[in-house]
Design a protein around this ligand. Structure first.
Ligand code: SF4
Ligand code: SF4
Length: 426
């Protein structure tokens, strides 16, 4: 029987034919972390797609029940990996979230939390002094005030993340240009990132050293946020504005490839063509940047990595960040690189591609579910008895590290590029 005639989707960007790709088979339910915890159809991919379809057909509105079930979605896209009908759930979700943020009246607390998170995390010039102030406050014995501010901004259940011990009041700049070691094989730009520059500048530096050791000249473009966090949280206007700025800066770098060491940013940048699809001029420019964007592990494997010579005699396990494994389909490349390292013993993590609960700013917005997922992840990590947990996304890195620290587990958390850096440079 053919599908009934339905009205045009009232959600801008949401295509009804995409919604109708879902044949309701339910295969995705077994991989959905929120369905696993809550056990309710409405908190499964299929249930959420029913809601999205009702929206697209104009049979429902953006009511609190519907918004609640879409808010509880991690956006991890594990359902896309499992789906035999190639349903583009992630793309549908960003358009619905954009409509929710524009049309749904959130409470003042929710508006405050979302606004502060997006405006703080995507602005290193604000995030660095905020982290520095909080860390200093704690050192000087004002931890209670820091926690009170955390609860005021992000609600009474907001997670308490460990503060960096080496926080700096401003971003420590990266070298603008680093020359390849030996013969040059490529010239690349690395995405400095927002959270990366403040909390994980050491990962950026390690990435530059690893790329140089592999014969790459490395340019650090003068640029701001790539727009990923806005895109994933339903702020598409903000995401588009940031993407255009990023495109301008990356075009000006004139490089062979754009190397990204943050899974969420890479996943978003590879979709610049989709994000800017309404404007043919920007769509073309977005697609050109997307075509040159690669995760750091993906780039090195494509380039052909130079074998590292220093041993890293450690038992290591690897967590697949959702935006690498599910969004970018990058699973083998980090493992391939880790297996090149002499002395390193790689142990597979059970359910390594299950979301850890970080999911961008989800851990602040949905702390209860996020904490349950963090506990599951930490349990799996500890079951492999590793000395090092490796991952490729700053959110996962910080969230799993916080979970391990809360259990006093002696496990170091490193980015894939940091482990490689040790193997290249000792
Ligand atoms: S999203 Fe895919 S796997 Fe899930 S119910 Fe629909 S068709 Fe089946
Ligand atoms: S994105 Fe993740 S949490 Fe959301 S429906 Fe899909 S599997 Fe479930």
């Amino acid at each position: 029987m053919s599908n009934p005639i339905v009205p045009t989707a009232p959600i801008p960007g949401l295509k009804l034919e995409q919604v109708l790709d879902c044949v309701h088979c339910g295969i995705c339910l077994s991989v959905c972390p929120t369905f696993d915890i809550l056990g309710t159809e409405a908190d499964s991919p299929r249930g959420r797609i029913y809601y999205i379809r009702a929206l697209a057909e104009g049979k429902t509105d953006l009511n609190p029940t519907l918004v609640g079930h879409l808010d509880s979605c991690l956006g991890c896209r594990a359902c896309e990996t499992a789906c035999p009908s190639a349903v583009q759930y992630g793309e549908m979700l960003v358009h619905v979230r954009d409509a929710i943020e524009k049309q749904f009246p959130r409470s003042p607390q929710e508006r405050l939390s979302r606004g502060v998170l997006l405006e703080l995390l995507t602005r290193p010039d604000r995030l660095a002094p905020a982290m520095f102030g909080a860390a200093l406050g704690e050192k000087l014995g004002f931890g209670g005030m820091v926690r009170a501010a955390n609860h005021f901004l992000f609600g009474p259940d907001a997670p308490e993340m460990p503060l960096p011990q080496d926080a700096s009041p401003s971003v420590v700049p990266l070298p603008a240009y680093t020359y390849a070691k030996g013969e040059r094989r490529a010239t690349v730009a690395i995405l400095p990132g927002c959270v990366m520059q403040v909390l994980f500048q050491r990962v950026n530096l390690a990435t530059i050293r690893v790329l140089a050791a592999n014969g790459c000249d490395v340019v650090v473009p003068d640029m701001g946020c790539c727009g990923a966090l806005h895109e994933h949280n339903g702020a598409l206007d903000g995401a588009r504005a940031r993407a255009k700025e990023a495109i301008r800066a990356l075009e000006a770098a004139h490089v062979d490839a754009i190397v990204v060491n943050s899974a969420g940013c890479g996943a978003s940048m590879k979709q610049y063509g989709h994000l800017l699809a309404d404007d043919p001029y920007w769509k073309e420019r977005g697609e050109a940047i997307a075509a040159r964007t690669m995760d750091a592990s993906e780039f090195l494997v494509k380039l052909g990595p130079i074998a590292p010579t220093h041993s890293v005699d450690r038992r290591v396990t690897y967590h697949d960040a959702c935006h690498l494994a599910h969004a970018q389909k990058i699973r083998s490349e980090p493992r391939t690189l880790l297996k090149l390292i002499p002395g390193l013993s790689l142990v597979e993590l059970p359910n390594s591609d299950w979301c850890c609960g970080s999911a961008g700013i989800y851990n602040f917005l949905q702390p209860e579910l996020a904490t349950q997922l963090q506990e599951k992840k930490v349990g799996h990590v500890l079951s492999t008895q590793p000395e090092i947990l490796v991952t490729g996304n700053p959110g996962c890195h910080a969230w799993i590290e916080a979970g391990l620290k809360s259990r006093n587990a002696p496990v170091e958390v490193l980015h894939t590029m940091e482990v490689l850096d040790r193997a290249y440079h000792g």
